[in-house]
Design a protein around this ligand. Sequence first.
Ligand code: URA
Length: 436
Amino acid sequence: MRMVDLILAKRNNREHSKDEIEFIISGIMDGSIPDYQLSAWLMAVCWQGMTIAETAFLTDAMCHSGEVLDLSSIGAIVGDKHSTGGVGDKTTLVFVPLLAAAGIPMAKLSGRGLGHTGGTIDKLEAIPGFRTDIPISEFIAQVKEIGMAIVGQTQDLAPADGKIYALRDVTGTVESIPLIAASIVSKKIAAGSNLIILDVKCGRGAFMETLEQAQTLARTMVEVGKRLKRPVTAVVTDMEQPLGNAVGHTLEVMEAIETLKGRGPDDFRELCLTLGAEALVTAGKAEHEKQAREILEELIHSGKALDNLRKLIIAQGGNPAVIEDPSLMPTAKYQFNFVVPGKGEKYISHLDGRFVAEACKVMGAGRSKKGEQIDLSVGVVLQGKIGARVSGGETIAIVHANSPEQFEAASVKLNEAFTFTDAPVAVPSVIRSCVV
Ligand code: URA
């Protein structure tokens, strides 16, 4: 077999066989396929797509390019959740302690920020001392002991994805449904859990901008999961505007803590409850969604979910005092008010998540290249989102910055993020389409 023939085949829209896909993945792993050929093939996949059968072969081959964890010693059900990436997405910080409190062991492998989207591992590092580089044996022992752990994605799991992703990032081949599906599902299967909940983001702040694309991605991942005998549940959720109000590492940890105290923003709380209810029903811990939501609401109300976050922080070496005193996390020097331009009353008709992410990035919250240091203290707390009635001069975002110049740069982006109208606008639902 020759890679050049496989590039031509895909360019001419021919379906690859299992053997051909396995040839490509083993060639990536042993270095016999150079980056220029892999890049050409990735671009051909982007243009021509892949069938479900090819996507499943690719997922399986990527999954088996490294270690596949066996978590059966933890219990019959071990949960994991993955988001396709968004702005202000701190769901894992609530989901893991909440679901663990409901009796589902949570073994969560998370990533760092990618493109314009934030990463859970970076957010957790805002908690002084919190370790995310725990070896797999310790990770499994911690899930057995306290019912949960969140660690960084290791290079040993689905290593082919790491190599492919690095190239996709620099060859304009990120936004491909089969490539995203294989990337996510291969990592989730390799991570060993058998209750996989996927949050497929849709809108300007996500990789999939339209509902149709997001639904196709969700259906593809569910179908691939079925073929590989690892059931996957997917929910398509809104990422037109940021999730919740806080965007920025420390600020998002604070908002997650508030949510576990029962005081978080409505859309974020709704998302956590919807995904959590899906998990409980799928795991057989509740008969239907209504009952599952009641269980989860009680776990928040009683403080058990928050207690679990405390346990998680302690187990991973972090300082649990951040729960009462957020100033122990990196904090920006200044808070500036970003106000509604002009005069008179109006409605926020659109809020572009990508521009809000860029506002944070220009203040140092995002990476321009791999491995770069980021500023965990800066960010934006939105005071108004789509549908809010506001008046000229009123504050609609508080910008946490380390200099007036940073605020100026962020303001340019925020000006582009907000659009106003005179007519009332409906508040959009965070759940776009449930379980596929
Ligand atoms: N998240 C992933 O893990 N992989 C992708 O390809 C896109 C988002």
